[in-house]
Design a protein. Structure first.
Length: 105
């Protein structure tokens, strides 16, 4: 991961949701729940990001149901965890530095 490249909000929440095996609809639900409904991942955004994350090796396909509707489950990899925690650290720094505005008049 390029340490200077922030994750998109969608990618951040996809990686967070994939801390346990989860299918696409589960990712959509968790992102909406965690953000109080503010973030609604559309299927195009979600599956485009999933494809990119699979290509980068940040998530892995852990199961796929066979049948008329194939439900795939994804899980974050060690590389994905490293990217997630690097972004979390960057965001914490951002918030801490932003707090310096408090108290200014």
């Amino acid at each position: 991961m390029d340490k200077n490249q922030p994750l998109t909000e969608a990618v951040f929440y996809i990686l967070l949701a994939a801390r346990k095996p989860v299918h696409g609809y589960g990712i959509i639900q968790e992102a909406a729940e965690l953000t109080g409904g503010r973030l609604n991942l559309g299927p195009g955004t979600l599956y485009g990001a999933i494809t990119s994350l699979l290509d980068k090796g940040w998530i892995a396909l852990v199961s796929a149901e066979t049948g008329s509707r194939k439900k795939k489950e994804y899980l974050i990899t060690e590389a994905g965890r490293a990217a997630f925690y690097a972004e979390l650290s960057r965001l914490r720094e951002l918030v801490a530095n932003g707090g310096k505005m408090e108290g200014e008049t």
